[in-house]
Design a binder for this molecule. Sequence first.
Ligand SMILES: CC(C)(COP(=O)(O)OP(=O)(O)OC[C@H]1O[C@@H](n2cnc3c(N)ncnc32)[C@H](O)[C@@H]1OP(=O)(O)O)[C@@H](O)C(=O)NCCC(=O)NCCS
Length: 177
Amino acid sequence: MAILETFLPHGRLRDGNLALRILATNPPDPDKNYVATYRFGMFLDGRRRAVGGIELRLGDQQDLTRFAGQVGYAVHSDHQGQGLAGRSLRLLLPLARKHGFQELWITCDPDNLASRRSCERAGAVLQEIVDLPETHEMYARGSRQKCRYRIELRNVPASLAPVCSLSQSQVRRFRLR
Ligand SMILES: CC(C)(COP(=O)(O)OP(=O)(O)OC[C@H]1O[C@@H](n2cnc3c(N)ncnc32)[C@H](O)[C@@H]1OP(=O)(O)O)[C@@H](O)C(=O)NCCC(=O)NCCS
């Protein structure tokens, strides 16, 4: 049974020169159909401002696993090309495991090759490409299909290192698709 409404200590999330630091924990908002979501900034050593963002959405309903995805990420154009999205995604897997997820679904448009490769770099495997319903809000924004990538979590350890801290001046928001 997944823990979907409680935020857990996320531990120290670091890979080499990349650290994920928490920007916000957004509680669920049933009126808007929003699930509880962790929002992290991607920080590179020596830089005060986030160079990207990644969020983990604590839900397993069909709209998330099929169309929107349980993870969203974006990297500022100045810092693309360093594999930061794939590395950040990999860093989040123990937290998802700790929440009880046995798998994670990440989706992207078929022509978003950078996102597809980021998924693969993090160990996700393409399961299928599905059509978006015409009534879906992402269809209205121009998407027609979604690649569904699955990451198997059962062998990912849920053990996490101590929490890292973030000063508010370091927070910078990113729009995640
Ligand atoms: C998707 C995104 C987060 C990836 O950023 P990133 O981590 O800097 O990714 P990189 O530029 O390092 O590219 C990752 C991989 O994709 C490959 N790639 C990037 N652009 C590519 C392209 N146009 N064609 C083919 N491969 C491409 C890179 O070569 C790299 O592959 P490698 O790991 O084998 O070397 C970034 O492009 C972005 O912010 N896009 C806009 C928001 C978005 O689309 N978010 C995802 C929504 S599902």
